[in-house]
Design a protein around this ligand. Structure first.
Ligand code: GDD
Ligand code: GTP
Length: 451
């Protein structure tokens, strides 16, 4: 029997201001002299502009919440009996999603909430009894913020061939330049044992990078327990500070504290995938992920690409059955239109995600953009962004996650994002801009963040 754990993290500190901001708009609540939302933008929390209310792991890509794609990959693994979603979002945020998933996939799925951020390994250790119960042979751990054609079955077969393996790490090839933004792996060619591992090195180590997908044997808990114990010992010996910082002694980083020490021990192996994989950290990467998941539907779920509307579609397009798209609209390639969205006559949409309840007025154009829930784009308007795809001329290039601003303080060109409930009146152009939720635009904008 097998299990899977999906790590989803949680909201950033200080973003939950609901009780304080019943009268004034929550995003404008002042913190340290600035509207709260301005801190979010400046800190580059790249999904926040879209929605303050729904957790990022539930952001819809190709018509499904981001981590539903992980769940779909897990249910394909024979004898996988339980999926545990692990994070520190309030459980109410995940409740409906989990119920829907159990109903849809008829498999045991639970959300377990960490009391504070315990790190990528701390939560696994805290809930070790939940993971171990039923005595699974092994368990997968998947980072929630990646997207891929997850080859979990192949990885499992590989893991079975590795003697004494405590962990198999899924890895992919990256460019030399980009590799340093990931966990870098050096392996023994013949055995695939991990001989060296460095998490986000400052100089080049290897182009083989950690995909954030692991398969662990249950014995790994002994290693995590040892790390936990030594941290507790430190704490009770009065060493509250590490490198001058107050440290949380329950926090364990899977990569640095568990995988890294296993390198060279003959107990950690690497499974290299050549299938599509990417991080899904920024809204720009959601457009890229959307395209790839739609492409996978062609072979795995062709029914999802069959839309009931009469409109002309080009390439891969997902249109929810409750969305209304006028027959004269042209949609695609690589477009997802979620439930209840209304697309008017003569509209053109390409490389974009239109979220639940959004409406696009007659003859408007949406290109390389995300249109938030219940946003309204008027007639004859143009909402356009710049794609941030990996360099097509470089083999193994991954998406860059550029900061919002470049070194000159200017906004880096990116996809256009209209947050939830934004109104763009007719005959306006919104180009390479990020519009925060519930904003009503009155003129055209280019390369701006609109608070
Ligand atoms: N439950 C829980 N608790 N989840 C967490 C926590 C936590 O305290 N902290 C982070 N996560 C989740 C995040 O939501 C994400 O899905 C995953 O764990 C990894 O997040 P990060 O810690 O931000 O790591 P990263 O994405 O920068 O790097 C990791 O992933 C890369 C691949 O995408 C590393 O594993 C790299 O080595 C790897 O290359
Ligand atoms: P080329 O590919 O270079 O020929 O340019 P194109 O404009 O024909 O192609 P593009 O993919 O940009 O647009 C595809 C369709 O959308 C074409 O039928 C365009 O006429 C239409 N289109 C482009 N801009 C707008 C616009 O602002 N509003 C509307 N309603 N349609 C547009």
């Amino acid at each position: 029997m097998l299990k899977a754990v999906i790590l989803i993290g949680g909201p950033l500190k200080g973003t939950r201001f609901r009780p304080l901001s019943l009268d004034s708009p929550k995003p404008l609540f002042p913190v340290a002299g600035l509207p709260m939302i301005q801190h979010l933008v400046l800190k580059g929390t790249r999904f926040r502009p879209l929605s303050l209310d729904s957790p990022k792991p539930l952001f819809p890509v190709a018509g499904l919440p981001m981590i539903q794609h992980h769940i779909e990959a897990c249910v394909q693994v024979p004898n996988l009996k339980e999926i545990i979603i692990l994070g520190y979002y309030p459980s109410a945020d995940l409740h409906k999603f989990v119920l829907d998933m159990v109903q849809e996939y008829k498999i045991n799925i639970r959300y377990l909430q960490e009391f504070i951020a315990l790190g990528t390994g701390g939560g696994i250790f805290h809930f070790r009894d939940q993971i171990r119960c039923g005595n699974p042979d092994a368990f997968f751990v998947l980072n929630g913020d990646v997207c891929a054609d997850f080859s979990l079955n192949e990885m499992l077969e590989f893991h079975k061939t590795c003697p004494n393996s405590l962990v198999t790490v899924m890895a992919t090839e990256a460019t030399r330049q980009q590799s340093v933004y990931y966990g870098c792996i050096v392996r023994k060619q013949q055995t695939s044992e991990i001989s060296h591992y460095v998490e986000k090195p400052s100089t080049f180590v290897s182009t083989l990078v950690n995909c954030g997908v692991y398969l662990f044997s249950l014995d790994i808990f002994q290693n995590i327990a040892a790390v936990f114990q030594s941290k507790q010992d430190e704490f009770y010996n009065g060493n509250y500070m590490v490198n001058g910082k107050d440290t949380d002694f329950n926090h364990i980083q899977l990569e640095k504290e568990i995988i890294m020490p296993l390198a060279g021990s003959g107990k950690a192996y690497v499974y290299q995938t050549s299938k599509w994989w990417s991080q899904l950290k920024s809204a720009g990467s959601a457009i890229y992920a959307n395209r790839h998941y739609l492409q996978l539907y062609k072979t795995r779920h062709p029914e999802r690409l069959q839309c009931s509307s009469q409109c002309k579609t080009i390439g891969d397009v997902y249109i929810h059955s409750s969305a209304s798209v006028h027959p004269t609209a042209i949609v695609g390639p690589n477009v997802s239109i979620d439930d209840g969205a209304v697309i008017g006559p003569g509209v053109r949409i390409k490389e974009s995600i239109i979220l639940q309840g959004a409406s696009i007025g007659n003859h408007s154009l949406v290109l390389n953009s995300i249109v938030g829930r219940n946003s309204k784009v008027g007639n004859w308007s143009r909402v356009e962004g710049t794609p941030c795809d990996p360099n097509p001329n470089k083999a193994f290039a991954k998406m860059d996650n550029p900061p919002l601003f470049n070194s000159n303080g200017k906004l880096n060109p990116s996809i256009t994002i209209l947050g939830d409930g934004v109104t763009v009146p007719g005959e306006l152009i919104v180009l390479n801009s990020i519009v925060l939720p519930y904003k009503e635009l009155t003129r055209s904008f280019k390369n701006e963040i609109l608070l």
